[in-house]
Write a protein that binds this ligand. Structure first.
Ligand SMILES: [Zn+2]
Length: 255
């Protein structure tokens, strides 16, 4: 009986996610469920070797008998995303004429014009843009500690590097971790027009930018740390926060 099933332990789930490259082993989709390759009814224990990830479509096909156990086991030996180093793209459903970004307790709003809360050493890590049809699009490029792109969003299409220690995408919340309790990025996609970024950890040369429950923080160049929390900025401007003193783009805040 499903109701009597013991839950799969968190660490075992993480190992399955990492093995599978954080997506369906057949198609790479980052929305998935945990699947027992030999059915739980046949072998009622949770074993790492018997667990894999399938997206809702491929899970349904397996349940209906349109996808064989043998094929799932073969895919699990060489998961789709692992061989490519990234997850298959997933399209976020942003739309409408306004947008809003929460960044460490700071609120940024725009109507019809692009919204780029941060300019860090001439780079725009995250932005809301409106395309030629007026359609709202999220764009982001978040580097990991070695400078490689860990998370890339181009025109709402999200792609994740499979080198992470852990990535979870539960409900609307996407979380990337370097290790236990060590956050790279966490955001909730509040469709149709808002993103809440609650964790961030980025380094650009001597500049360290991070978001935690206390707000947005910037350290460097030099030893000084600057903090921002609880601000609201509305208007059609770019680069609300410029983390480079050489660039002045009023009316933003220059940390
Ligand atoms: Zn799939």
């Amino acid at each position: 009986m499903v109701g009597d099933r013991e839950a799969i332990k968190a660490e075992m789930q993480r190992q399955v996610r990492q093995w599978c490259g954080f997506g369906c082993v057949i198609c790479g989709c980052p929305l998935y469920i945990y699947e027992h390759m030999v059915e739980y009814a046949e072998n009622p224990v949770h074993e790492r070797e018997n667990l894999t990830l399938l997206c809702p479509l491929h899970e349904l096909e397996k349940t209906k008998g349109l996808l064989s156990r043998t094929d799932v086991q073969a895919a699990n030996r060489e998961p789709f995303n692992r061989s490519r180093g990234v997850t298959d793209p997933y399209g976020l459903h942003f739309s409408g004429g306004r947008c809003e970004m929460l960044l460490g307790g700071n609120r940024f709003l725009s109507e019809g014009r692009r919204l780029v809360p941060m300019l860090v050493n001439n780079q725009e890590p995250i932005a809301f843009d409106f395309n030629n049809d007026g359609h709202l699009e999220l764009n982001a490029s978040i580097p990991d500690r070695s400078g490689e792109v860990a998370l890339l969003i181009v025109a709402n299409e999200i792609v994740l590097a499979t080198t992470a220690w852990d990535i979870t995408f539960i409900g609307t919340r996407l979380t990337l971790r370097h290790g236990p309790g060590d956050f790279q990025f966490e955001a909730s996609f509040q469709v149709p027009d808002r993103i809440d970024i609650t964790r961030l950890d980025m380094r650009y040369g001597d500049t360290h930018v991070w978001v935690d429950p206390q707000g947005l923080h910037v350290r460097g160049p030099g030893p000084r740390t600057r903090d921002l929390n609880g601000t609201t900025m509305a208007g059609g401007f770019e680069h609300a926060i410029a983390l480079d003193s050489r660039i002045l783009r009023p009316p933003g805040i220059h940390l």
